[in-house]
Ligand binder design. Sequence first.
Ligand SMILES: [Fe+2]
Length: 444
Amino acid sequence: MGGRDFTCALDAFGKWHKFELDSDRGAICFTAEFMQTGFFNESTKAGTVGAGMLFSETVPPRPLAVRLRAMTAPNDNAFVNTISVGGQHVALTDSPDRLAFSLSSLAVRGKLRFDSSARYPRRALYLETLGSAHPVPRPGSQTPLGLSIAVRTPFMDQSEVSVYAWSGPTTRELLARLPVKDRVPYLHSFGVLRRAVLLPLQPLSVDMRPALFGTPLQGLMRELSVNTTFVVLPLAGGGTTLRTFNAGGRYFFTHVINTYEEGEGDAATLVFDACVSHLNPFHSTAIAIAAQRNKTRRDAGGAMMHARRFVIRIAGPRRGEVVSSLLSRAGREADFPQIDSRYRGRKHCIYWAVLWRADGVAYGAMAIDRTDVCRGEPFPSEPTFLASGEEEGQGALLVTVLNGTSGRSSFLTLDATTMQPTLEVPLPVRIPFTTHGQWYPPGG
Ligand SMILES: [Fe+2]
């Protein structure tokens, strides 16, 4: 706009895309329009990208006078996620500012501010600077839990994470508060259990001070030379205790897939599935517009987001041990996961995610992937082809398959053209691998 280009995909003006599925008319009504945010409206009026926090600066950069107004600008480009709270639709991002909007007209009604209330006591000297774009309902409840990160003024190098029940558009109730002495964390999403939340503290701290001088958000993320830690923060009335676990490596987080408790007694664990990377994804080529437009650059690198499971031992002699394993396929990038929401907070098997490098090479080779983490890796033996038509390859494949997770074998028939299973029969014995099976027709 006005001869200035955004450089980060997370900065462009928010835009609505609404799909209404009209079963009566058998039609899909599609609406697309820019969000009428303060940021968009001020920019449109000025004819160029206006004041506000950006992940990275425009090209050419905005004038210094505009950049210095970053903290006092509308900062309402809240296009990451939407939620319905108490009958009000709300647009949000990782900032404390939320926008009320009309689902029918998509009109932006303005910023929502939480009411002052004894149910959410504010702390003197603390300034809310970050939030989470992914509120999550507590298992068994419809009330979403929100998250707020407040920095301690005037030094701004310590913080507090507050978890609240978001009971109405402007009302909230404090459920837990965590002082963080060594950093200002960045939590795009977090895990929710019935009695606690799981906060993945990635090895970075957001130093807001340079923002006063116009430094964009990417420049505020300072990486720390520590491992990721998992903080299990008990919720009010939860009857559990605060615990911190070393993740055993440096993991950066975007989206949580699911969090649940599994096992009892000494075998009790927390299972935390999330999309992670070993490099900060908010510095990745995946969000740099210039890199996205250059095949060599986008194929060369990136944060390599992938789905990973962390099993955290919370009892017994192995208490504190964290074992992680890859959920998505090696060499593929996976993010933006979904599960069947009825399984949130309890053991799930299936998740869907967007894949990049689905062919193992090209970043732009994208797919939607369905993964059944309970099914385990199949270990098939040599297939036997059984023709049943005139065309080459038309028929069935017969094969035995060992399930790597359950250790059980099945006899499987597949449509040899589509490779879809047509029959699966569990076997009473385990078959690791067979050599050459042969088909003998009746009497053959
Ligand atoms: Fe997100």
